[in-house]
Write a protein that binds this ligand. Structure first.
Ligand code: HEM
Length: 142
């Protein structure tokens, strides 16, 4: 007898976060606190300094749009993160662990854990897909 056919289960769509604390001004504070930490990190600071130099204001605005789009699903960001990272020189996979650590520490200090978890889950998912784009290579079979 044939095994019963199962349909693939599509992933749950991510929903906008609806919480009284979470709006654009909260996200702007998160972004500024997070990049404050990143800029003083001995490993990540120089990578950002080399790219961003003295144009931090536009970068922080863009990252606020990005996180509004990720969390509030308001369509504020329409850029392309993958090519922006693929062209960066000198990043290794472990740097993403440092990035995520700072992100976790920043968001945990700003909101209750049930909300922080949503930010961290979404950051981890995006970090995974950036890492795949940057570091995944098919091994040649012969
Ligand atoms: C070690 C980890 C990472 C490093 C060193 C890094 C570094 C950078 C740098 C230097 C830029 C500026 C590039 C430019 O202006 O052209 C940038 C842009 C950006 N990053 Fe990252 N990044 C990291 C991880 C992440 C993660 C995990 C996310 C998302 C959760 C993220 C989201 C973005 C976005 C949305 C942009 C703007 C892309 C654009 O539209 O120009 N990054 N990143």
């Amino acid at each position: 007898m044939n095994a019963p056919r199962t349909r693939p289960v599509p992933p749950e769509p991510e929903l906008p976060v609806d919480h009284p604390l979470i709006d654009r001004s909260f996200i702007a504070r998160l972004v500024r606190a997070f990049y404050g930490r990143v800029r003083s990190d001995p490993r990540l600071g120089p990578i950002f300094a080399a790219e961003i130099a003295d144009s931090w204001e536009p970068h922080l605005e863009k990252m606020t749009d990005f996180w509004c789009a990720v969390i509030l699903k308001n369509g504020a960001y329409s850029g392309r993160p993958v090519p922006a990272h693929v062209r960066l020189k000198g990043i290794v996979e472990e740097d993403f662990g440092i990035w995520l650590h700072h992100f976790h520490m920043t968001i945990s200090g700003l909101c209750p854990p049930e909300v922080a978890t949503i930010f961290v889950d979404r950051a981890e998912r995006i970090a995974r897909s950036l890492k795949l784009a940057m570091f995944f290579k098919l091994e040649r079979s012969s």
